[in-house]
Design a protein around this ligand. Structure first.
Ligand code: GLY
Length: 395
């Protein structure tokens, strides 16, 4: 049974992860009336993410267009973090610590040499170091480290603090929260008009933003031709704690490719050490497996042998919202009134500042700013119907 629609807001954001929240916050700052629908705002993939702001060390072949967006978002981060910290009264754990990407054997070294050449060709700052120079910077590294790339511009933030600060900043900016699940997109006379919640409440809005991460293809009522082609890509992550007597265990983010697996260790000021991540195409599965934990610890131990002395305080798994070209889908769709902010895959935390700016621009002008034009949703054909998420499967 549907209830009488509420008074319409200018903007309704479906999804209260960091991407939905930053969209809501920036839109509210521009004077729009905004509401967010999410059973647990501040949750989502950011609860699991390590928070590397790694535009340079996470460069991949074929992603040069995305690189420009990543680099621009990294450039905006210090000001964004300061503004959000001020608006929320919370510390975000932003740390301009730099990153060291290291090689353990001849194959890793060759791979890193190629990455270095590609970084320089792309106009990025990155310095080649010998194994000895790497260990001078980070004495806990294994004696076998053969060389590395020092990238002082790749920083980090604590994504859990980022999410919490965004919830507070939204509340302070007057964003309304509906702590429920959106059940269906309302489309009336070929225009998106808001959503219906699970309790039957109809929320009306002039513009609806779909920002539900890996679930973005799953909202009933979204016409097939604008359904985003986003899929879940599982990542398992560990959290360890560095006791004060071992500090500083590591002073910057360490990355490596070990036997083809990407590995990173992200040390926080509060002693947390995040180790990630697996990358698994297993649909909606978020099980933490013995194999996943084993592989992460085995590879991390090869890189930093002392890690096995540390308490293991948390294991978790999250779902990256993967898109066909690994880049986000931003801005208006061909269905009037429906916009997307999804598909950020490995770069959701890094792309948070620019996503907020781009979406606020799109919501106020109806157009994408030039830096976001390659990421318009209509670059893809429609997505096939997704498998139902666990909560939607029959018991
Ligand atoms: N950006 C890190 C990851 O996706 O694992």
């Amino acid at each position: 049974m549907s209830r009488i629609p509420t008074e319409a807001t200018d903007v309704l954001v479906v999804g209260g992860g960091i991407i939905g929240l930053v969209t809501a916050w920036r839109a509210a700052q521009r004077g729009l009336s905004v509401a967010v629908v999410d059973p647990g705002p501040g949750g989502g993939a950011a609860r699991v993410a390590a928070g590397m702001l790694a535009a340079v060390t996470e460069l991949h072949y074929g992603e040069q267009t995305l690189l420009a967006l990543n680099v621009e978002s990294a450039r905006r981060y210090p000001r964004f973090a300061a503004e959000l910290s001020e608006a929320s009264g919370q510390d975000l754990g932003y740390r301009a610590c730099g990153t060291l990407a290291v090689a353990l054997d001849a194959d890793d070294r060759a791979h890193l040499r190629e990455l270095h050449a590609f970084q320089l060709k792309s106009g990025l700052e990155s310095e080649w170091l010998s194994g000895r120079e790497c260990r001078r910077l980070e004495p806990m590294l294994a004696p076998g480290v053969r060389g590395g790339l020092r990238v002082d511009g790749d920083h980090q933030i604590d994504p859990r603090r980022l999410a919490s600060a965004l919830v507070t900043a939204c509340e302070r900016a007057g964003v309304a929260f509906h702590r429920q699940k959106a059940e269906r997109l309302s489309v009336i006379r070929d225009r998106a008009r808001g959503v219906t919640l699970t309790d039957g409440t109809a929320l009306a809005a002039d513009r609806t933003v779909l920002a539900t991460g890996s679930h973005s293809a799953s909202l009933p009522g979204v016409p097939e031709e604008v359904r985003p082609p986003v899929r879940p890509v599982k990542g398992q992550v560990l959290r360890l704690t560095v006791p004060p007597r071992y500090a500083p265990f590591l002073s910057r983010t360490i990355r490596a490719v070990v036997r083809g697996n990407h590995l990173y260790l992200v040390p926080r000021v509060n002693g947390e050490l995040v180790v990630g991540a697996t990358s698994e195409e297993l649909g909606w599965d978020t099980t933490v497996t013995a194999g996943g934990v084993y592989e992460l610890l085995r590879d991390a131990h090869e890189l930093v042998p002392g890690i096995t002395e540390l308490p293991l305080t948390e294991t978790c798994a999250g779902l990256r919202p993967g898109s066909p070209d690994n880049a986000p889908l931003l801005g208006p769709t061909t269905l009037p009134g429906l916009l997307l902010a999804t598909g950020h895959y490995r770069n959701g935390v890094l792309l948070t500042p620019i996503t907020g700016d781009v979406m606020a621009h799109a919501l106020t002008t109806g157009e994408l700013p030039p830096e976001a034009s390659p990421f318009a949703p209509d670059r893809f054909p429609a997505a096939p119907a997704p498998a139902p998420a666990p909560s939607e499967q029959p018991a």
